[in-house]
Ligand binder design. Structure first.
Ligand code: PGA
Length: 244
């Protein structure tokens, strides 16, 4: 049995004083972790001050090891301050920062070389779903990102399905939409990697809250969640954790 994962994606939120407060409230609660894994993806400047709490990772990195890349952070640098994993292919990076398929594949390959775990995000825009092309679109996104990813490295991989129209909007995909997509992703992974693909966690993301978490976690093939807005308050995040 694989552990369920609840991951907080703070995005570009919280100043240092707020992080210290978050940490205090977090520590005042009980996070019983049997069969579950908690992860925090803060802005990279806070990784060091959080990494004794749980698994802490980075929202972004650059695929080169070092060199003249002003403003960028490498995997080796992140690992040196305790980052345990990274997020790749979040839709905000694809759209706002123009990360294309080629860059995403390079990032996947960099994780393989550095033996670093990663969450690979995928998700369709509203118009693609309206056209009924969502399954094909996600299949293409994942196949492209993983085309050079070998079976021996499966332990590094977590997938997060995050429909763009549900991120930060308060709209959540319905149970049947989530189950359909997660099942399709599982089938694709089984096709690509055989039976061992059953162990790859597939998370859902997009306006997960304490109110809808139970229903989402009961959907077929949902192995946890990547949570943005509702992870900024540790009490609310804890309510989601309790339902995982
Ligand atoms: P949200 O963000 O929970 O605020 O919708 C999820 C994400 O983008 O990872």
């Amino acid at each position: 049995m694989r552990n369920k994962i609840l991951a907080a994606n703070w995005k570009m939120n919280l100043n240092f004083a707020e992080v210290i407060k978050w940490r205090q409230v977090f520590l005042s609660q009980t996070w019983d972790a049997s069969g579950k894994e908690l992860r925090i993806y803060p802005s990279s400047i806070y990784i060091e001050s959080l990494n004794e709490l749980s698994h802490v990772g980075a929202q972004n990195f650059y695929f080169e090891d070092n060199g003249a890349y002003t403003g960028e952070i490498s995997l080796a640098q992140l690992q040196s301050i305790g980052a345990k994993s990274v997020i790749i292919g979040h839709s905000e990076r694809r759209t706002l920062f123009h990360e294309d398929k080629q860059l995403i594949t390079r990032k996947v390959n960099a994780c393989v070389t550095a033996n670093t775990a990663f969450i690979l995000c995928c998700g369709e825009a509203e118009n693609i779903r309206k056209e009924g092309a969502h399954l094909r679109f996600i299949q293409e996104q994942l196949t492209t990102a993983l085309h050079a990813f070998a079976q021996e490295k499966l332990h590094l991989l977590t997938i997060a399905y995050e429909p763009i129209w549900a991120i930060g909007t308060g709209l959540t995909a319905s149970s049947s939409q989530i189950s359909e997509m997660h099942q399709a992703i599982r089938n694709l992974l089984l096709e690509l990697y055989g039976e061992s693909a059953h162990f790859i966690p597939i998370l859902y993301g997009g306006s997960v809250t304490p109110e809808n978490a139970k229903e989402i976690f009961s959907c077929a093939e949902v192995g946890g969640a990547l949570v943005g807005g509702a992870s900024l308050d540790p009490k609310i995040f804890h309510q989601i954790w309790e339902q995982l």
